[in-house]
Structure formats: C-alpha cells, structure tokens
Design a protein around this ligand. Structure first.
Ligand SMILES: Nc1ncnc2c1ncn2[C@@H]1O[C@H](COP(=O)(O)OP(=O)(O)OP(=O)(O)O)[C@@H](O)[C@H]1O
Ligand SMILES: [Mg+2]
Length: 359
C-alpha cells in the first residue's frame, strides 16, 4: 500500500522573528520535518506601507527556506494585529448558507468600521448553550493587513493556502499538545507574548474558547530599559536577556514588570473573568451541573515570556498557575533539526498551530 502523507509549512511572520516549521502527517502521526527562525529585517513592517519592506521580508523567508532546507511551498499564515475583531454570537441551529447570512447581518450591526474594508469569517464552536442556541465565533479581519501578509508570502515564491488568525492557531496548538490537562477536562489557557502583540487563548472545560490579541510585547521592556539606561534599543534588547547585568545597571526586574504590565494583566484578567462567567453555560455542562469554572493552568510562550521571573510574576498577579511551555518538546522531530532550535521551541506555538491546519 502507498502511504499518503501531507505537508504544510506554518509561517509565523512576527515583528521580531520569522518562524517556519514544515509539518507532515501520515498514518504514524505528526512529524516536524524541518524548522527554523530568522530575524525579521523590518521590525515595524506593519506600519510601513512600502513595497521594499515586503521585499526585504520575502528575501529573509527565501533565505530561511534554503538555510533550513524546507521543501514545501504551501504555507499557512496568520494575522495577529489588535485590529482583528473577535465577537461571540448565538443563533438557533442553522444550515451553512443561513448561518453565513445571519453572521453577515449581525456583523454589519456590530462592526463600526466600514464593512467593505473587512473580511468576515465565522467558526461554529461546537457548543450549544442551555437553550439549545449554537455559539458562533465571528472573526473580522481588515483586508489591508491580510493583503500585506499574502503579498509577502507570494513574493517569497510561496503558495499561501491557509489564512488564519494567531489566537486560533495558538489554540489549535494548545488543544493538540497540552494533552495531560485536556484529558483532565480542565479549563486551560495559553499566553503568547511576542514583541508587539500578545495572543491569548483560553479553552474552558466545556470547550468554549475565549481569544484575544492584546497590544503588549517584549518591546515594551526594551524601550523601558533603553530609556532608563540611555542605551540604544538594540543594546537594551541584549541587556534584557541578562538579568545580572540588568541589576548592575540599576534595573529592578520586578519593578519593571509591575510598571509595564498593567495593561496586560488587566486584559488577561477580563478575559479570564469572561471565561469564568460563561463556563457551565453549555447544554452539556448544564446537564452535568459543572461547578468549577476556574482556569487551572496558563501556558506561557513567545519571546516576551522568556524574561526570568515573568512566569512567577504572572502567576502571582493572575492567581493562576503560569508555566513556561515548549511545545516542540511534545512533537516528533526529524533528526536534522538542530538541538539549539529545540531550545527555542517557546517561540513556535503559532507556527505549530498553523502547520497543523494540514488537510
Ligand atoms: N531570552 C529572552 N529573554 C527575554 N526576552 C526575549 C528573549 N528572547 C526573545 N525575547 C524577546 O521576545 C520578543 C520576540 O518574541 P517573538 O519572536 O515571540 O515575537 P514576534 O512573534 O516576532 O513578535 P509579534 O508577534 O509581536 O509581532 C522580543 O521583544 C525579544 O526581545
Ligand atoms: Mg508573534
């Protein structure tokens, strides 16, 4: 018998680093064939509306393809700006065409920006509330930013087959790989702190997702350090990774966390409370009279979450166990993948979640 195997590359174009991961799926399961990361040469590309910025990023992606020996040109990409709108809708159970129309009408009411400037999509959440109404996630994405990411991929000679949003890719990775916690049927979350954007995805014990992009990232700490020490941003980025040197420069990391993370903590808290309120609303859970909506664990990923002490600081301030999580440790990796990359697995949850969109 011939084995059928399918491949897809998860391409995560972050403002600090570009992550690539080629994933294959066959009867033996999922395997990572190749993976790697390179610096994004244009850190503020989202604000730059010049073709040269896209060209430079596309060149870096091409270099990465050669460097990491990635073969497949089919890629999945995701949007992670705070301009992406997520909303939760409820409808009686409808067929696909009826639901698409109902979502469109509702979106026109709810979205204040020009409806022609956004692409509307929706996802059935597979959960009904106690009244038999179906829960739907509405996703509205600005067309401009979508076009930019697609252009970059195409300029790199790639075929963008799948377009996703970062918190959903993240959720996909969490559900697939945080297996122990999911087996216990617990509410869990994942917080991916990037350079500019933090993605938050929570899945309640009755499978209700809460997802969000938050304007927060590691860049905030670098700017703070640069200001305090009068160093350049680049020097501050390096200094940030060495806590002893930071201390010698008079920077107290915990004070920095306290000052700089107020907006992050507030946003995460409100999403957690929202999840708590809704847990137990589902038809299934109503019957089981679920009583404990608490989130048992928050997995911490992304470069911005790597600062020493960030996990315990968040645990204390959120009242939830927060643990650094390396999702690459959970996967079968090809022997050609370097050990140093496995250590960087914290940066890969979105690329993994995207690669898993394989048909
Ligand atoms: N070891 C480390 N310690 C502290 N901070 C780190 C470390 N490694 C990376 N960072 C920081 O993490 C951030 C980059 O993380 P990541 O690659 O997840 O972001 P990104 O995906 O490129 O950004 P975004 O998604 O916001 O566009 C930068 O702010 C960087 O300075
Ligand atoms: Mg990112």
């Amino acid at each position: 018998m011939f084995e059928t195997s399918k491949n897809l590359v998860g391409l995560d174009i972050g403002s600090s680093t570009i992550k690539l991961l080629e994933l294959s799926k066959d009867s033996n399961g999922i395997k990572i064939l190749s993976a790697g990361l390179v610096d994004n040469p244009i850190k503020d590309w989202k604000e730059k509306n010049i073709p040269e910025a896209e060209d430079a990023i596309a060149e870096s992606i091409k270099d990465a393809y050669r460097k990491f020996n990635i073969k497949n040109k089919s890629v999945a990409i995701a949007l992670g700006t705070s301009d992406v709108i997520f909303d939760y809708l409820k409808f009686p159970v409808l067929n696909e065409k009826e639901l698409a129309n109902a979502v469109k009408l509702e979106a026109e009411q709810r979205i204040s920006s020009d409806i022609n400037e956004v692409s509307i999509d929706y996802k059935r959440l597979g959960v009904k509330d106690g009244n038999g109404q179906e829960n739907i996630l509405l996703v509205a994405v600005p067309k401009g930013i979508t076009r930019k990411k697609v252009d970059i991929a195409e300029k790199a000679g790639l075929d963008p087959l799948v377009m996703d949003v970062e918190p959903l890719a993240l959720l996909n990775c969490l559900i697939a790989l945080a297996d122990d916690s999911r087996k216990e049927n617990e509410s869990i979350g994942i917080l991916n702190i990037g350079s500019n954007i933090t993605n938050l995805s929570i899945i309640s014990k009755d499978n209700f997702p809460t997802i969000r992009n938050i304007n927060f990232g590691g860049e905030k700490f670098s700017n703070f350090i640069a200001k305090e020490t009068k160093l350049s941003f680049k020097e501050a980025e390096n200094l940030k990774k060495e806590p002893e040197k930071l201390k010698r420069k008079g920077i107290d990391v915990f004070q920095m966390f306290e000052k700089q993370t107020i907006s992050l903590i507030n946003e995460v808290r409100s999403s957690v409370e929202y999840t708590h309120k809704r847990t137990g609303e589902s038809e299934e859970d109503k019957n089981k009279t679920v009583t404990d909506p608490r989130i048992k664990k928050m997995f911490l990923t992304g470069g911005g979450g790597l600062l020493p002490g960030m996990d315990s600081f968040l645990s204390k301030n959120l009242g939830i166990e927060v643990v650094k999580w390396n999702p690459l440790e959970k996967l079968q990796l090809s022997s050609s993948i370097e050990d140093s990359l496995k250590d960087n697995g914290y940066l890969f949850p979105i690329a993994i979640g995207l690669g898993m969109r394989i048909a």
